[in-house]
Write a new protein. Structure first.
Length: 259
């Protein structure tokens, strides 16, 4: 299936590694012109070069912290009129809510709620004028089934989810959709360090700690970021204009509910 996004401009945040990178690659494979943003220039340039080599499309690399106003300005200066916006940033650290200060909360809200809202604000009206827009927010399975130690993530991402639920119904008549992708457990650097941390804390091997996690996933494995990227590209396709305000869980069946 052709996704009908050849030549579309895509701004993909936090995309030098992991899920963001997979989304950028899948969009580029469909012929979208991609601008990728991440803080560290070295990994970012390497990713841009790899996507260019694999797809032959134009890839811009913008080294910036997307959670700051300055970082967002630089990203938007490089890609002022995206047709596709993939919102993503690093997740907040785990912990106990008793230890979190107001500043910890503000950091989590900035990264995982207010940054996507600011980027939507900066790009949405142009999409509406051009009668095409696809916005995908990478959130977390924690929005649907909270993870106790990730209270900062549970809270901040739920705030974004509530906001998007209202806005997404107002934009769809202009062929601008807003949806959230909720990763379960995907094989990225972040997850490798989470599993590595758990292994160390329990005094077991990495393989044992990983097997414990996998035991809770009906698919019997963790997700491949490429699967996530393809789901994102499809949500950004010209064919997906009737889908908005949805929270699409990609978790190998780990969430046990009927809906
Ligand atoms: P990752 O660590 O593999 O990659 C994160 C990417 O984001 C890197 O390219 C990094 O440079 C970039 N980044 C981080 N903070 C940034 C910032 N402030 N500005 C610009 N770029 C920044 O992480 P991942 O596993 O791909 O996770 C992506 C998001 O999805 C995170 O918010 C994470 O919490 C969430 N998530 C991931 C999983 C999973 O299974 N991988 C599960 C649930 C939620």
């Amino acid at each position: 299936m052709e996704l009908g996004i050849k030549g579309r401009q895509a701004l993909v945040c936090a995309a030098s590694k992991g899920l963001g990178r997979a989304c950028a690659l899948a969009l580029a494979q469909e012929g979208a012109t991609v601008t990728i943003v991440a803080r560290g220039r070295e990994a970012l340039e390497a990713t841009a070069a790899a996507i260019r080599a694999e797809t032959g499309v134009q890839v811009q690399a913008v080294a910036a912290d997307i959670t700051t106003p300055e970082g967002r300005s630089v990203a938007l200066a490089a890609c002022p009129q995206p047709d596709i916006l993939v919102n993503n940033a690093g997740g907040p650290p785990p912990g106990d809510f008793r230890d979190w200060s107001r500043d910890d909360w503000l950091k989590a809200l900035d990264a995982n709620m207010l940054t996507p809202i600011e980027l939507i604000k900066a790009t949405l009206d142009g999409m509406i004028q051009r009668k095409f827009g696809r916005i995908v927010n990478i959130t977390s399975g924690a929005v649907k089934a909270p993870i106790d130690v990730l209270g900062l993530s549970n809270g901040a991402r739920s705030g974004l989810t509530g906001f998007v639920a209202g806005l997404a119904r107002k934009t769809v008549k202009h062929n601008v959709t807003i949806n959230n992708l909720l990763p379960g457990f995907f094989d990225t650097d972040r997850i490798q360090s989470v599993v590595g941390g758990a292994a160390k804390a329990k005094g077991v091997s990495y393989e044992t700690a990983l097997a414990e996690r996998v035991a809770a996933i009906p698919a019997g494995r963790i997700g491949d970021p490429a699967e996530f990227g393809i789901a994102c590209a499809w949500l950004c396709s010209s064919q997906a204009g009737f889908i908005t305000g949805q929270n699409w869980l990609l978790d190998g069946g780990a969430f046990p509910g009927t809906f």
